[in-house]
Design a protein around this ligand. Structure first.
Ligand SMILES: [Zn+2]
Length: 130
């Protein structure tokens, strides 16, 4: 067993693949834990096991899709609350500064949440096309 030499070979192989257009990803091989490469063919590949890894990708995709659906629901809830606050704001008297302030503060918080959710949802969906 020469783990260091073995890893060295793997690293060289990975570097060579990256030079020819493969991308290092945040995914790791479920067998050996080596970071996976995304080949130009669109396949994920473990340089140590010398095999394509498909399961990780689909699991990740499945998890991402679930997250996107869940977060989209949260976004819908946030949006409906923004509309509720809009109604409240419309009804609020301008003379009642405290109430107007309270509503706009809540609106700001909800808009920030909405914006963040949008970004996260886009990031979860945009990874594949990049
Ligand atoms: Zn591996």
């Amino acid at each position: 067993m020469f783990p260091i030499r073995g890893d060295d070979v793997v690293v060289k192989k990975m570097a060579q693949l990256i030079r020819t257009g493969a991308k290092l990803t945040g995914y790791t091989c479920p067998v050996c834990g080596t970071p996976l490469l995304l080949l130009k063919t669109g396949d994920y590949y473990c340089a140590k096991c010398d095999r394509p890894v498909v399961i990780v990708k689909s699991d990740e995709e499945e998890a991402q899709i679930k997250m996107r659906i869940g977060l989209a629901e949260v976004r819908n809830t946030v949006f409906s609350k923004i509309m509720d606050l809009n109604d409240q704001l419309r009804k609020a008297s301008v003379n009642n500064v405290g109430e107007v302030q309270e509503i706009t503060r809540s609106l700001l918080m909800l808009l920030e949440t909405f914006d963040k959710l949008n970004k996260i949802i886009n990031e979860l969906g945009g990874r594949k096309s990049s």
